[in-house]
Design a protein around this ligand. Structure first.
Ligand code: SF4
Length: 439
């Protein structure tokens, strides 16, 4: 079948997995644009002739989604709808050898650190001067800012260090310069991300420098909200809490995955922290930053987990009352140290435990949302959906936390900051009345 050829290449980037992968796709598209190559993200119009699938290789479900997406694109190519299919990202980094044999329809596979090679295959030159520049795939009022790559931790269940390598911090100047460019382009809110945020600086400066980085970012005029994701609990740099308390534009928000609370599980997971140390840390964090919103992530079904361990997690949630919780089911990942253990919890039982834990959190989330009724919050407007504006408070990050339904007959636009009086609370959302025009 004659392949449909376009006069000018148009590249569609499909991004799977986490926000760190999304930043990589944005950097790739920034480079392509600078080479005068047409580039789009998740192109629904399908008027492109080349696809780059930026994959995730973290856990089973993510790997399955990545492989299905690759197969879909290869099938489109076989039907003459595409000319080239390229694959990059974590799945490719981890399984390139096997995948090359299993899916020959892909034109080329790239690792997580091979941007110049991908560009070369797309007839583009890598432009070092563009460091920090990217084509945002998020709405223009917020962006993710990756402050480091890789991870030096050895969590037993985690394959990320296999795909992203050792921890490499970006210099403070480079992170600040990237943030300034984002703010100049209209970004008002930045989510700071990394594999392990709190390790920042230990490799480059031989000391933790996240607090210094936060001060430097908070000095940027026009940057309204700075949000911290992926903090690690062990050896937590308490000094960042002082910066969070002192600087108005650092959200009173902390995402700190804990993965579990039962000591036998924390030990088996190699989390380098104990139950009591976690409880003390959370108490200290709340004392240092009153009213802080705490988000965490937990794993259900790790090898050897007992029903008592699951009850322990539920008691812990009732005791600590996190604002936001996400639960993953354990995925038995080869080449991780946990892979040597027997994956003894059946898949349905893992799902049941995850559901059980989330049901405990659902009640807590509703109660905490009900406490907000009658109060006024600064809200950033994200979008209009079925005639209603949706936004978030400083206590809600994008895509993973609560949304605020804003009732108003006034015209608002994404990125506006408004004051909203909460009138109704739901398990994971809030509703309220606009009380002032955009500030
Ligand atoms: S800190 Fe996070 S990225 Fe690093 S090994 Fe542990 S779970 Fe994986």
């Amino acid at each position: 079948m004659k392949t449909r050829t376009l006069k000018k290449d148009k590249v569609n980037i499909i991004t799977l997995g986490c926000s760190k992968n999304m930043v990589d796709s944005e950097v790739l598209s920034g480079q392509l644009k600078a080479n005068d190559i047409d580039v789009v993200h998740e192109n629904a119009k399908r008027d492109h002739n080349i696809v780059v699938v930026n994959t995730c290789g973290f856990i089973d479900k993510a790997k399955e989604e990545s492989i299905n997406t690759i197969l879909e694109q290869v099938e489109l190519k076989q039907r003459g709808k595409l000319e080239k299919v390229f694959v990059t990202g974590c799945l490719s980094e981890r399984y390139r050898g096997d995948l090359e044999k299993e899916i020959p329809g892909v034109d080329a596979w790239f690792g997580t650190m091979e941007l110049p090679l991908i560009l070369k295959r797309l007839d583009a030159d890598y432009k070092a001067e563009l460091i920090g520049e990217r084509l945002l795939s998020t709405p223009s009022h917020y962006a993710y800012l990756k402050i480091s790559e890789g991870c030096n931790r050895t969590c037993a269940f985690c394959a990320i260090p296999l795909m992203r390598g050792q921890h490499v911090s970006k210099p403070i100047e480079a992170v600040v310069a990237e943030a300034e460019k984002l703010v100049k382009s209209g970004v008002k809110e930045i989510m700071l991300i990394a594999q392990e945020l709190t390790y920042y600086g230990l490799d480059l400066y031989k000391q933790r420098r996240l607090a210094d980085l936060l001060h430097a970012l908070a000095d940027i005029k026009g940057l309204e909200w700075i949000r911290l994701h992926y903090a690690y609990p062990a050896k937590f740099p308490m000094e960042i809490l002082d910066v969070m308390r002192e600087r108005d534009n650092i959200c009173k928000y902390l995402d700190m995955p804990l993965q579990h609370i039962a000591d036998p599980m924390l030990k088996a997971m190699k989390r380098q922290i104990t139950r009591q140390e976690i409880l003390d840390l959370i108490a200290d964090i709340r004392e240092k930053v009153p009213g802080i919103c705490l988000r965490t992530t937990l794993i259900a079904g790790f090898p050897g987990e007992t029903l008592e361990d699951v009850e322990d997690v539920k008691r812990f949630l009732e005791e600590v009352r996190f604002d936001r919780v996400g639960v993953f089911t354990y995925s038995h990942e080869e080449n991780t140290s946990a892979h040597a253990m027997e994956d003894d919890i059946p898949a349905e039982e893992k799902e049941r435990r995850a559901q059980d834990i989330m049901e405990t959190q659902q009640e807590i989330s509703l109660e905490k949302n009900q406490e907000k009724v009658g109060k006024v919050f600064k809200v950033i407007v994200d979008k209009k959906e079925s005639g209603r504006y949706l936004g978030r408070t400083e206590f809600d990050s994008v895509e993973v936390d609560n949304e605020v339904i804003i009732n108003t007959d006034r015209k608002l636009k994404p990125g506006d900051f408004v004051q909203v009086k909460i009138t109704r609370a739901f398990d994971y959302d809030l509703e309220g009345e606009l009380i002032t025009q955009p500030v």
